[in-house]
Write a protein that binds this ligand. Sequence first.
Ligand SMILES: NC(=O)c1ccc[n+]([C@@H]2O[C@H](COP(=O)([O-])OP(=O)(O)OC[C@H]3O[C@@H](n4cnc5c(N)ncnc54)[C@H](OP(=O)(O)O)[C@@H]3O)[C@@H](O)[C@H]2O)c1
Length: 252
Amino acid sequence: MKQSVLVTGAADGTGYAIARRFASEGYDVFLTSRDEERAAKAAAKLSEETGVSVVGYGLPVGDEKLVIDLFADIRQRGYLLSTLVLNAANLGIGQVALDVPLEEFRAVIDTNMVWNFSIARQAALQMKEAGGGAIVFITSNTAYRAIPDRVAYGASKSGILGMMRSLALDWGQYGIRVNSVLPGMIKTSRWDHNVGDVRHAPSVHTPLGDIAEFDDIANAAWFLGSNQSRNTTGAEITVDGGNMIQLYPVIR
Ligand SMILES: NC(=O)c1ccc[n+]([C@@H]2O[C@H](COP(=O)([O-])OP(=O)(O)OC[C@H]3O[C@@H](n4cnc5c(N)ncnc54)[C@H](OP(=O)(O)O)[C@@H]3O)[C@@H](O)[C@H]2O)c1
């Protein structure tokens, strides 16, 4: 059966780069966006760029029935999914812990943990049938080190690591590997608007002196999501220029 990957939140940026990385290795691609039109546009663009088959799905957050329907469609097209990369995230920016409304806190956990779990489970059902597969969570180095006013986000990204280890244990018997990529800061369009100390993060807070490009994350996802990492499960690859291992700022 043709190798295939599903990447969530892949209409642009990091997710699109991950989808393109797998396409460049000959995988057929399924990608999602919450917006159906964005998904369709990204799919057409990626297919034109790489020549592989790409299908874009509009997938709103939260409804398990929609996830089940999406996987039924993948099956109907003649695939059992080989690789799942869970990239979409609710960033939960600006949630001040002393007054964040519970529904906003819960929305982050629901998206990053519950919704991701529901997608992982449907993928695993196909992978079990196929005799194996790979699931990659894109989490964050904030799973280990806190940043201000991101209480639900940090909790969800740590929680994903616990979920990853449980699923790696439970599904290893089916040949399903479950691993995580932990990006530090990525050069998204948001990066240009960073102010204050954050702007100086690459130069004073990272041994390598730079933050990640989209392709750095895509390469790590490719390694964990492909047979390159055949004997690796429950593992983490941190892609943060060494940000996490540095104790205090170094001003040269
Ligand atoms: N950027 C960083 O510096 C950084 C650092 C560490 C970890 N990460 C992690 O790396 C991954 C990619 O990061 P990124 O900055 O490239 O992400 P992003 O562009 O902010 O989000 C990725 C995709 O997720 C979807 N999304 C956004 N908000 C959402 C919400 N509230 N609920 C559900 N889906 C939502 C969007 O797709 P649609 O709008 O098309 O649905 C978006 O294209 C994420 O898991 C992020 O947590 C990023």
